[in-house]
Design a protein around this ligand. Structure first.
Ligand SMILES: NC(=O)c1ccc[n+]([C@@H]2O[C@H](COP(=O)([O-])OP(=O)(O)OC[C@H]3O[C@@H](n4cnc5c(N)ncnc54)[C@H](O)[C@@H]3O)[C@@H](O)[C@H]2O)c1
Length: 393
């Protein structure tokens, strides 16, 4: 069938297999273009199918020659319904890895469950023995925790309602937005989903199973961003979860002392991913940011971020950390020359000057690209089967 995008709000309900495959190939070409680096050799990536997790997997495999086990929550095609983008990305990654003789297996299912932890441990034992690097890049709207309860995360301010502006992606206009404050329960639940608890459970389970190498490293991803997004992001419910995640890194490092392991949090740049598209206010900020960073030649996408993180910040003799102990690849985003201009543009940006002040086109291209559409070099008139398989483990 000919596959076309069907956008509903901030997601696209179809995905294009050839476009997703081309995206993966482009990311691989980027990493290969930078040459090899001394990095991890046996890697577990939790949240490996899209966004920062997929790019982490590609950077480790094609930059450092790592064997990778990935975990993602994705759907295969069914009838005339396409698979999810992460499904196609994973199929393409495995194919490209196989061409280079790189070990790559992926488990599709719920990373929050004990069952998945057990399956991954079995697979590590069977195929790799131990792992020397664990990436935690899960972004999820809900989690069923070991207590049997299902918690949902919210993107809300704390304390009082917050009014600002955002992009209405459908009408491509700047519109006012008011977000009501999160309740104590909602804050608690958001921390349950996006905080550090599940990362800790993973590292505990892997340590107890003795499948972690000496000097193992683990990293999870956080975001801080500019003051304009603080009320909804860093000082909001999701920010509380990120603070919890950052504190968890220190606890994990202590807990891994037996194998001299270290846990890191990397603060990454704001990028268009399936998760960030869902956050109010942030997409408008991203369009302003991209324009400024592109003009200055310092714009990076997911793969450029993860490649720089691994090559220059994490797999080096002495990783450079900020005063809170975090790795920073949001350093270019937060440069004064960029943020001073954001502060000037934020109060004046409106529907009429959006094209001039913001990179709306770039945002939409990135958005469609997430689902394999508008990718250069792909023949979208081609009649193809949506049914692509991922080898079962
Ligand atoms: N996108 C940004 O701008 C940005 C910036 C800084 C930090 N981050 C952080 O990076 C991390 C990854 O986010 P992203 O933007 O790449 O998101 P994403 O939506 O592209 O990726 C999320 C990944 O998690 C997986 N996943 C979700 N629920 C799962 C489950 N129950 N079991 C197994 N896998 C599951 C998905 O399959 C996917 O692989 C998050 O911690 C996010 O907060 C994102």
């Amino acid at each position: 069938m000919v596959i076309e995008p069907k956008v509903r709000g901030f997601i696209c309900t179809t995905a294009h297999p050839a476009g997703c495959a081309q995206n993966v190939k482009n990311q691989i070409a980027f990493v290969k273009g930078k040459g090899n680096f001394q990095g991890p050799k046996k890697v577990l990536v939790l949240g490996a199918s899209t966004g920062y997790g997929l790019s982490s997997r590609i950077a480790a495999a094609f930059g450092a020659g790592a064997a990778t086990i990935g975990v993602g929550f994705e759907k295969p095609a069914s009838g005339s319904r396409t698979a999810s983008a992460g499904w196609y990305n994973t199929a393409a990654f495995e194919q490209e890895a196989a061409k280079e003789g790189l070990y790559a297996k992926t488990l599709i299912g719920d990373a929050f469950s004990q069952e998945m932890k057990d399956k991954v441990i079995d697979l590590i034992r069977k195929d790799l023995g131990k792992v020397d690097f664990v990436v935690y890049s899960i972004a999820a709207p809900r989690r069923t925790a070991p207590d049997g309860n299902t918690y949902s995360s919210v993107l809300k301010p704390i304390g009082k309602a917050y009014t600002d502006k955002t992009i209405d992606l459908k009408t491509r206009s700047v519109v006012p937005i008011t977000a009501q404050p999160a309740s104590e329960q909602e804050i608690h639940d958001t921390i349950k989903v996006m905080g550090g608890e599940d990362w800790m459970l993973w590292m505990d389970a892997l340590a107890r199973a003795e499948v972690l190498e000496e000097n193992v490293k683990t990293v999870a991803y956080s975001y801080i961003g500019p003051e304009v997004t603080y009320p909804l992001y860093r000082s909001g419910s999701i920010g509380m979860a990120k603070e919890d995640l950052e504190a968890t890194a220190k606890r994990i490092t202590r807990q891994l002392s037996g194998v001299r392991g270290s846990a890191f949090v990397s603060v990454n740049k704001a990028l268009v991913t399936q998760s960030s598209a869902a956050i109010p206010v942030v997409p408008l900020y991203i369009t302003l940011l991209f324009k400024l960073m592109k003009e200055r030649g310092i714009h990076e996408d997911c793969i450029a971020q993860m490649d720089r993180l691994f090559r220059e910040k994490l797999f080096v003799d002495s990783p450079v950390l900020d005063e809170e102990g975090r790795l920073r690849v949001d350093d270019w985003e937060l440069r004064a020359e960029v943020q001073d201009e954001i502060k000037k543009r934020w109060p004046i940006v409106c529907t009429e000057n959006l094209e001039e002040l913001a990179d709306l086109q770039g945002y939409w291209k990135d958005f469609y690209n997430l689902f394999g559409f508008e990718v250069d070099g792909v023949d979208y008139a081609e009649d193809l089967s949506p049914d692509i398989s991922i080898p079962s483990v």
